[in-house]
Structure formats: structure tokens, C-alpha cells
Design a protein around this ligand. Sequence first.
Ligand code: SAH
Length: 344
Amino acid sequence: MEQSKHLSGMLPEELEALALRLGEKPYRGRQLFEQIHARLAGSLDDVTVLPGAFRKRLADEGFSAHGLSISQVLESTDTTIKMGLSTVDGLVVESVLIPMETGAFTQCMSSQAGCALACEFCMTGTLGWTRNLTAAEIVDQHLLALARFPDRPVKNLVFMGMGEPLLNVDEVVKAIRLLQHEKARSLSPRRITVSTAGIVPGIRRLGQEVDCQLAVSLNAPTQELRAELMPVSRRYPLDELMAALKEFPLLPRRRITFEYVLLPGVNDSPAHARDLVRLLSHIRCKVNLIPFNPFPGSRFGRPSDESVDRFLELLSAKQMMATIRRSRGADILAACGQLAGKKG
Ligand code: SAH
């Protein structure tokens, strides 16, 4: 397949094997890996440590360094940056750089072009699903951001952009392995978070296959309400989800994050807060409240600051660790649930 020809998605041992197949010594493959990931080479032409003949051979065989290219960069009035990134088959995926107080970024990563889950409150869901991103296309979101903004370190990666990462476990796990590789970006497992709408088999596989943080988009404390808002909950009901989460391998001092989009009049009453505390009482976790971000055509309103604070208070009063995520970048449709990959 065309997409597997992107070298940024290949592990060092795969590049060694490729070098060997093309008549080079294996260390040439390792060099290629370091040039792409550590030195942020933009194209094969930039990899001048490799013999010209080898680079030409790679190009002749259809290989290229990256699977994405930057097509658009938008900056919000609050300095959040949204990148539109084009695939070789003409799709646009989005990745958002969210500035932290230190000046470094948290990067929001996409895992699929579109999304199949059709959660009612999410704009990506209105697109439908086009295809899974490859490991190269996932890693490239990060590599292209680093190359474009060399003075701004990216400290955290969150798989909270377009798509459902745990319906693309193979490529997401491979991308995480690449990003964590000591000869690549060497990202710490504590600084990579995979967020899921609750794909139970994917949660099991993630826990077995890679070390990273887990976030779960809960959004409702009961199966009935959750199934209304998130069709995926009919396939993986809340009790099965909670059972899988209780078995998730949580290292000491780590917690599972539960995201909870606050939808006024829908899931933000005191009774909902009480049910939420009860549901989560036996799990090492924290709750991240996300005030709903409206998008064109959405049927929910934006909650008032007071109602968000009130919901937080109700959780805190029961010793539930909870924070509010003030989403950023709404003016450029870069906030949670607003990524849709439209060409600007
Ligand atoms: N599919 C994965 C990854 C996407 S994460 C998942 O569902 O976890 C995107 C997060 O933004 C989810 O927690 C989702 O609940 C939240 N979200 C979606 N639409 C939103 C909106 N309009 N306003 C605020 N948060 C939203």
C-alpha cells in the first residue's frame, strides 16, 4: 500500500532490513531513523549523511520521508495553533498545539481521518469515517510541528484529536513506540495520553502493548444517558467498560482520566454528579470537566461558568479529584470536539 512507503512510520529494525534489501549496510537504516526522528529531516534530500545512490534508490522505489505535509496553519487569538495536514491521497487531518504556561505546547493528535462513532456532541462525528491514519501519519503530526516551531518544545501528546485511537490500535501503538524510542523523540510514557470513547477490546490491548496514560470520554454516569449521547455505548456498555478499566494496568501514582463534557440540562445536574462519584468510587482516577463547545448545527448550549463551577464543587465535596478544561482555540474551530478537517 502506498502509505507504508513513508519512512517516518518505520522502526529502526524495519529500516535496517530495508537498507539491507537495497544493498546497503544495516547501520544506514539506523542513520535514516535518527535523521528523520531526532534531526527532523524534512525529506530524503536533507539526509545528506546517506550516500546519494541509496537516497536515489529509496526514491525510485517510491519511499519518502514523511506521509503528511502542512497545508494550513491557523493561530487563535488565545495563541492556540491549529495545523491542517494533507495526506498523499488528498485528505486533511488536523492537529492542535495548545500553549501551556511555561511556553511549551501540548499537542492534540489525530488518529483517523474522520470518525465512525457519531457522538452527538462532537463535530468530528458529523464527518463520518474515511480511513485510519498510518503510524507515519500519526508521528508526522508531531515531527512537522517540531520542525515548524523549533523554539517551542512540545511536552505532552494527547490523542484527543480527530478519530478514535482504539479503533486504530495497531498504528497508534506503533506510533507511540516510535515516539518513545530513545533514538527518536524519547517521549516519556507519562506524557502521552490516549483518549478513548470506550472501546473495550482496544483498552485491553493498549494496556498490554504499550506504556502510556489512559483517558476515557465518559460524558454520562449511567448507561441509559450515555447510550443516548454516544452510540458506541450500545456496543460496549458502561458496566463492561468499567470492568475493563478496573483491570487496566495502572502504575503507582497514575490515574485514569475521565473526560466529561458538560451539556447544560442534559448531564450536569446534582443527581448526575452524585451518580458520577458513585460510579467512579472504586477506581484510581480524576475527572476532567469540559464545558461543551458549540459548533454549527449542534443542539446543545454552552454551559455558564457558574454551572460548571457548581458541578466541580459537587465532585470536590465528595473528594473526587476533578479539574475544568477550558478548551482553547474556539475561534479557529480548534477546541475539543470541533476538529473537522475542512479546507479553509
Ligand atoms: N475518540 C476519542 C478521542 C477524541 S477526544 C475520545 O472520544 O476520547 C475528544 C474529547 O473531546 C472527548 O473527550 C470528547 O468527549 C470531547 N468533546 C467532543 N466534542 C466536544 C464538544 N463539542 N465540546 C467539548 N468537548 C467535546
